[in-house]
Design a protein around this ligand. Structure first.
Ligand code: ADP
Length: 504
């Protein structure tokens, strides 16, 4: 672990655009109590943001409801053009928004800029997809008929998002939901609300009320979940909160899409002995990207016994060379964790593992010289017993626990052993291993030889407790569409099965 010098960063000017809600096309100051937004690098208050009061949440939903009909009937090509324009505006604001993301979230600026580029790409993808997917024609019962499957907007969608990728995970909802003709109320995480509020300046060309931004904590999220006028809730966050969201939606039978936690395995196959350098680099990338605060990042490594020691050695070497420090510095690899509480949670998991016999081979401590922020050094752990939380509960920190396995059978058995099922990374060139993994791994996603790579056209999401539904791709658009079956008979006439049975 190296550390960067402290950037004399803090001109501290959070733009005023980051401090206003967007309700019915108006930028308004929140009427609620101010929320302290922390800078996780300095562990000091970045700004105070007045959150939405009850009346503003109510007004945001009312505005989305009022705008729903006209937006739903706007030609898809026009909606698409507006989404492309949104992408263009986002690209033009990339550096400003990425800076605020870095201040409020602690993720390296370089990664935040990438996140915004990726978000703009997602907008462009759904701008086009929305123009070409209004349903399908299926064979009718009789040749005089037409049978249509019509895809319609659901109505008002509440988007409730977390702090780790505040803009991207919102755009994964906003882009398909708007392309499908829905209107939105968006509520960012209370830890990173500022960058989302800045997006209000990128949606000024949309009709008033089509997109609304409110801010606040879980109570504001819950108010949206419980609001009868909200037809669908799209949520990314913890399993615990996801359960509450699902329960709230179940009460009034509203639609719900959930993207929840992960405990992604990383499987190394025995044919990788000559490639362990590449594999260890990939492992460090997926374990430590965004300081390990990635739902689809690898959180447990399964390595065959004969490759274990060399893999661990290379992973330790890689971990030790990462630059930890000020996320505004272009050379920083790993920034602070989001909060003191998050770091505490990770440290407790490490302590439990060590108490059960695990060994920390690198990191595992608060680095010296990185500053007052919520830093934790990239950590490699071995010999953790299988039943410790470090191996079967989400960690969300820069930790790579490595487990020695007997072979692929054992690795697959272990990979499937938790209640999570988001993604899995596998390293192999052997086609037999690839086919087996596709068939046997119980996850929503598998990456072979290239962890974490996203594709707008390919659905993202998990099985088991990792979620419900998919984002991105055609599935990600369908998640925001209602299905209407239409039957058309072109020859009007009395059918011979219409009553009376004895008479016709
Ligand atoms: P994390 O642990 O990733 O911060 P949470 O699941 O607590 O995740 O939060 C994700 C989002 O859900 C945040 O925007 C948060 O404010 C919101 N939230 C928290 N509690 C509730 C709730 N009861 N209903 C709806 N949204 C909530």
């Amino acid at each position: 672990m190296k550390s960067t010098s402290h950037h004399d960063r803090r001109d501290e000017n959070v733009p005023s655009a980051a401090l206003l809600l967007l309700v019915g096309g108006e930028r308004v100051a929140g009427g609620g109590a101010p929320l302290e937004v922390e800078d996780p690098f300095s562990a000091t208050t970045l700004t105070r943001l007045p959150v939405a009061d009850d009346a503003q949440v109510d007004a945001a939903v009312a505005a989305a409801r009022a705008a729903a009909r006209a937006w739903g009937q706007t030609p898809a090509a026009e909606r698409g053009a507006m989404l492309h324009e949104l992408a263009r505006r986002l690209r033009a604001r990339t550096d400003d928004i990425a800076r605020v993301m870095t201040l409020e979230g602690g993720k390296p600026f370089v990664e935040n800029r990438d996140e915004l580029r990726q978000a703009a790409g997602t907008l462009d993808y759904f701008a086009e997809l929305g123009r070409s997917s209004a349903g399908r024609v299926v064979p009718p019962v009789e040749p005089t008929q037409l049978s249509l499957v019509v895809r319609e907007p659901i109505g008002v969608v509440a988007c409730i998002t977390p702090w780790n990728f505040p803009v991207l995970l919102l755009i994964w909802k906003l882009a398909p939901a708007l392309a499908a003709g829905n209107t939105l109320v968006c509520k960012p995480s209370e830890l990173t609300p500022l960058s989302t509020l800045m997006l209000a300046e990128c949606v000024e060309h949309l009709p008033a009320g089509v997109v609304n931004f409110v801010a606040g904590a879980g109570d504001v999220g819950q108010a949206l979940v419980d609001d009868e006028r909200v037809d669908c809730v799209a949520f990314t966050g913890s399993i615990e909160t996801g359960r509450k969201v699902a329960a709230g939606c179940a009460t009034r039978l509203a639609r719900v899409n959930l993207e929840l936690g992960g405990k992604d395995p990383f499987i190394v196959c025995s044919d990788m002995s000559a490639e362990l350098d590449v594999v260890a680099r990939a492992g460090a990338w997926t374990a430590y990207f965004n300081a390990g605060q990635v739902c689809s990042g690898a959180e447990r490594f399964y390595v065959p016994a004969d490759l274990h020691d060399e893999f661990v050695e290379r992973l330790v070497a890689r971990s030790d060379e990462l630059v930890i420090g000020d996320p505004l510095e272009a050379t920083t690899d790993v920034g602070p964790l989001i909060s003191r509480a998050q770091r505490e949670k990770v440290i407790i998991q490490l302590e439990q593992a060590v108490a059960a016999g695990a060994q920390i081979l690198s990191g595992g401590s608060i680095p010296e010289g990185a500053g007052a922020g919520h830093f934790l050094s990239p950590t490699v752990v071995s010999l953790a017993p299988l039943a410790t939380p470090l191996l079967d509960h989400e960690t969300f920190g820069p930790v790579a626990p490595v487990v020695r396995v007997r072979g692929l059978d054992h690795a697959i058995e272990q990979a499937n052993s938790t209640s999570y099922g988001l993604g899995c990374s596998v390293f192999t060139r052997d086609i037999r291993n690839i086919v087996r993994c596709i068939r046997e791994l119980r996850t929503g996603m598998i990456w072979f030889n290239d962890p974490l790579t996203e594709n707008d056209a390919s659905p993202f999401g998990g099985v088991k407790q990792s979620g419900l539904g998919r984002e991105l791709g055609e599935e990600g658009l369908a998640a925001f569409q209602e299905t209407k079956r239409v039957h058309i008979e072109s020859h009007l006439g009395v059918k011979d099965w219409w009553f009376p049975y004895g008479g016709g």
